[in-house]
Design a protein around this ligand. Structure first.
Ligand SMILES: C[S@@+](CC[C@H](N)C(=O)[O-])C[C@H]1O[C@@H](n2cnc3c(N)ncnc32)[C@H](O)[C@@H]1O
Length: 229
């Protein structure tokens, strides 16, 4: 099973597919809050792309809102959720289910926003992303800072092998990490073969509380690195 597109138990694949969970959210994904977050992140991520960037992959593109906000000529989406792919395509994004289906060998940059906390083997995924970037191209990732369990309090963590595992009730949700320590994530990018690794503040938003919990502030970092010549 391709770790970039599906995760979890072979016994109940329908319960362990992030695409299944995000299918239900696709039509309403581009809420004013998420559009504001995507545009703010794109402003931070943009300067980490090579100056002559023409073509990028937005990995886990959802509706494509982050990639589309970067002002790049050509955005290719990779997205496991069929319904999200339909939304992204309706905005003109060429979108594929898996990275290995993208017909272009190497692109100028790969961006990914709020996706890798849904991915089990982050190291393997980063290595695969790096392999699809040209020399002197960049990988730019936005994701939650560590320790923000409250962000997914409304979702289940059903995979017992996951660091974020719990027995909360919704079996369709899929969260492997409740964010990442910035130094740890920087070392992951270096281990994947990138240089000039940087991690900066990306976005601060407010997450509405579920089940009577108060709203809380959450933070997102932007991490980037360059593929050596
Ligand atoms: C929290 S949403 C973020 C969407 C978009 N990047 C944004 O910032 O608005 C995470 C997205 O990643 C997708 N996803 C999760 N794991 C994936 C994988 N292994 N390959 C491709 N897409 C994945 C989900 O289906 C979902 O649409």
């Amino acid at each position: 099973m391709n770790s970039l597109s599906h995760h979890g138990s072979d016994e109940h694949p329908e319960n362990h597919d992030p695409g299944h969970y995000f299918d239900a959210l696709a039509a309403q994904w581009d809420s004013p809050e998420r559009v504001a977050r995507a545009q703010a992140l794109a402003r931070v991520m943009g300067p980490h792309l090579p100056a002559d960037t023409q073509i990028i992959i937005d990995f886990g593109c959802g509706s494509g809102i982050v990639g589309r906000s970067l002002g790049v000529r050509d955005v290719i989406g990779v997205e496991v959720s069929e319904k999200m792919r339909e939304v992204a395509a309706s905005h003109g994004v060429r979108v594929y289910e898996r990275l290995d289906e993208v017909p272009i060998c190497q692109v100028d940059a790969i961006v990914s926003s709020m996706v890798l906390h849904h991915v089990d083997d982050v190291a393997a995924t980063l290595r695969e992303l790096v392999s699809r970037v040209r020399p002197l191209g960049s990988v730019v990732v936005a994701d939650l800072d560590a320790g923000q369990e409250f962000f997914h309090a409304h979702m289940a963590r059903t995979d017992a092998s996951s660091p974020a595992a719990s027995d909360t009730p919704d079996p369709t949700a899929h969260v492997f990490h409740h964010g990442f320590d910035r130094d740890f994530f920087a070392s992951c990018l270096e281990d994947a073969g990138l240089v000039d690794v940087r991690v900066v503040d990306g976005y601060t938003g407010v997450k509405e509380g579920s089940e009577g919990e108060p709203a809380r502030q959450y933070s997102v970092f932007v991490a980037s690195g360059v593929k050596p010549q």
